[in-house]
Design a protein around this ligand. Structure first.
Ligand SMILES: *Cc1c(COP(=O)(O)O)cnc(C)c1O
Length: 352
């Protein structure tokens, strides 16, 4: 049986968290002399001399409305990357516990695990880029705390079979983290609506991709109130800056225009895919549920270099397991995609 109390590290369970000035006072006042802020203000006239809301209530309320979930099920991190690190620090004992990742996948699960001295058990995806459930079960033991699932997956672009993910949620007694950084580009449904059914589910999303706000650094972790409480205890008190909270609140009012951009990117992805199909040295373009395409070529290194020489940077994934020969290309604007195609055609003329 899943029991969150058994998963939390003992030192975190016993932790007396930092109590900020804003934590200790909650009432009404108009003279704030409790936090050693600059009472004369800043060079900017935005109230930036004051510490921001440590629990980002206004932002969370807006996200709760957009996603149709409760504020108590939302944690905000300085990018998803902070959420990933905090999950290690809350639940995984260094030099003792392990996690399962399914390569090829997002690199931060491994890097962050290494930083926290957590053993990384790798279960390579099947040839069709789907999860290898049997091997995952083989690798799991009593010290396995987290299974990291990225769906749609980076860099392969596909979504995992939802029944496979449900199987893991039902059978694994640790945490299943589903990183949905690219979910808005996918036809599949988010796992957000399943939080009530699975106490071990954590869904990660981010404003860095579909929302186009990578510079602001805002990632969301959605989970049971118990899990969110643990994350709040461990996070740096003011992990989301006042500037980010303010600008994000404005941006979240414009979800309709974001939906428009998502539609446009999906349609640009489809036409880019069509145009790439015409290019002879591209052997395969993998189906994508994201805002990028993974393609297999005959000579990835020289194509990569040729593109760079022509001022176009793509991601070379040739050295990654199951991605031999592959480049990952982010969907650009119509003009950028056109330039990419033109440059690839020039490359094929040059080699033939
Ligand atoms: C881009 C990406 C993220 C986003 O990370 P942020 O820290 O929120 O910018 C998370 N997960 C995956 C799989 C990604 O590709």
């Amino acid at each position: 049986m899943f029991n969150i109390k058994q998963l939390i590290r003992e030192n975190i369970k016993n932790l007396q968290p930092y109590s900020s000035a804003r934590d200790e006072f909650n009432g009404v006042a108009n003279v704030f002399l409790d936090a050693n802020e600059n009472s004369l203000g800043s060079p900017l006239d935005n109230g930036y001399n004051r510490y921001p809301d440590p629990y980002q209530l206004a932002v969370k309320q807006t996200i709760a409305g957009l996603k149709n979930i409760s504020v108590e099920n939302i944690f905000l991190g300085n990018g998803s990357d902070e959420c990933i690190d905090l999950l290690y620090r809350c639940f995984c004992n260094p030099a003792k516990d392990n996690v399962v990742i399914c390569p090829p996948t997002y690199g931060m699960y491994e890097v962050s695990g290494n930083i926290n001295d957590i053993e990384i058990r790798k279960v390579i995806l099947q040839k069709n880029f789907q999860l290898d459930l049997k091997e995952i079960s083989n690798q799991v033991d009593r010290n396995t705390k987290i299974i990291w699932i990225c769906s749609p997956n980076n860099p392969t672009g596909n979504s995992f079979d939802q029944e496979d993910i449900c199987f893991l949620l039902k059978t694994f007694n640790g945490l299943v983290v589903i990183d949905e950084a690219y979910i808005d580009f996918s036809a599949d449904e988010s796992f957000l609506n399943n939080l009530k059914s699975y106490p071990n589910l954590i869904v990660l999303q981010t404003l860095s991709k579909a929302w186009g706000l990578a510079a602001l650094r805002l990632g969301m972790a959605y989970a049971s109130a118990e899990i969110i409480t643990v994350l709040n205890k461990v996070k740096p008190p003011y992990n989301i800056s006042g500037a980010t909270q303010k600008i994000v609140l404005e941006a979240l009012q414009q979800s309709e225009s974001v939906k428009g951009k998502i539609k446009e990117l999906v349609s640009l992805r489809l036409s880019l895919q069509q145009d790439l199909l015409e290019i002879s040295f591209i052997e395969k373009i993998y189906a994508s549920d994201a805002n990028f395409l993974l393609l297999k070529t005959v000579d990835p290194e020289s194509i990569y270099q040729y593109l760079v020489t022509n001022g176009i940077v793509v991601r070379n994934r040739n050295s990654i397991i199951l991605c031999e020969g592959c480049l990952r290309i982010t969907v650009g604007t119509k003009q950028e995609n056109g330039l990419l195609i033109k440059t690839l055609i020039n490359y094929s003329k040059q080699v033939s």
